[in-house]
Design a protein around this ligand. Structure first.
Ligand code: ADP
Ligand code: ZN
Length: 194
């Protein structure tokens, strides 16, 4: 049977605005209440709100350590840490899968949150593999801003890339660039972004 106390991987995924960060922060806070030793990481690429904090769209926040590469998580991991939370997991290379597995095999709890799909609706980076190896997967939905149904997709609402963003897939941002849409209302932007 799946027991939280054993080493394992949990994935929190869904579209933008689906409440992934809120849920991640909630699980971190509960682990802290249980007096477990927690380390929180996020990729350095996501600097939309703050250099180090994880901030939800509704304003909750928690401190995180920025890492440039997945392997830095292992380097920074302390022996006595019991819970490792990682936000925006989709921005890491596939190396993150092995690293999550390794940490879980040490008997630690890994909570990984991230986008399951990019703005085109394609599976995002390492996420499909993480979903496959995780013990527990939660998939959240936002509300479609067009029709009010449950939203599973992140709609990019700009056509021009802001200066400094070289890859269309990893454009990081919030409500200025994206909105939540359901499958029916989601549209893949045209070739300009390829
Ligand atoms: P995520 O990390 O998945 O992008 P957050 O946890 O940062 O999501 O934010 C979720 C919050 O965003 C909701 O609780 C709500 O207050 C707000 N929100 C804004 N737009 C929407 C939307 N279209 N659907 C659902 N929640 C939304
Ligand atoms: Zn819709």
């Amino acid at each position: 049977m799946f027991t939280e106390a054993n080493g394992h991987i949990e994935v929190i995924c869904g579209s933008m605005f689906s409440g992934k960060s809120e849920e991640l922060i909630r699980r971190i806070k509960r682990a802290q209440i249980a007096r477990l030793k927690v380390q929180v990481f996020k990729p350095a690429i996501d600097q939309r709100f703050s250099l180090t904090d994880i901030v939800s769209h509704s304003g909750f926040s928690i401190q995180a350590v920025l890492v440039n590469e997945a392997r830095e998580i292992l380097e920074k991991l302390k022996n006595d840490t019991q819970v490792i939370a990682i936000d925006e997991i989709q921005f890491f290379s596939k190396e993150i899968i092995k690293i999550c597995q390794k940490i879980a095999n040490m008997g630690k709890r890994v909570i990984a949150a991230g986008l399951d799909q990019d703005f085109r609706g394609e599976p995002f980076g390492p996420i499909p593999f993480l979903l496959a190896v995780a013990e527990k997967v939660d998939k959240f939905q936002a509300i479609c801003v067009i029709c009010g149904a449950s939203a599973s997709r992140s709609q990019r609402i700009i056509n021009e890339m802001p200066a400094g963003y070289d890859s269309p897939i990893v454009l990081v941002g919030a409500s200025e660039y994206y909105e939540a849409r359901c499958r029916k209302c989601h549209q893949v932007p045209k070739a300009v972004l390829v």
